[in-house]
Ligand binder design. Structure first.
Ligand SMILES: [Zn+2]
Length: 78
């Protein structure tokens, strides 16, 4: 239901995201939202799907809800 992928979010200290591949829910915490000219990748904790956040430091990802797709495969990275 959640077409995540390229989520556009305004700079905030944290947000919740549902993985568009496996359905897991995780929290992404941004340490320094004030300067977001840089981007850092972060991964879904369940399938390893990579997203990119606009932040100057690597985001911290916390798993909130496990994947719901009943698969065990990782997201095919390019
Ligand atoms: Zn995932």
């Amino acid at each position: 239901m959640n077409p995540s992928g390229s989520i556009a979010f305004s700079p905030s200290s944290q947000f919740k995201q549902t993985c568009g591949f496996c359905g897991s829910v995780f929290r992404v915490e941004i340490e320094r939202p004030a300067s977001w000219k840089d981007t850092h990748p972060y991964c879904c904790p369940e399938c390893g799907r990579t997203c990119v956040a606009k932040t100057s430091t690597p985001p911290r990802v916390t798993l909130l809800s496990k994947r719901t797709d009943n698969r065990t495969s990782l997201h095919p990275q390019t």
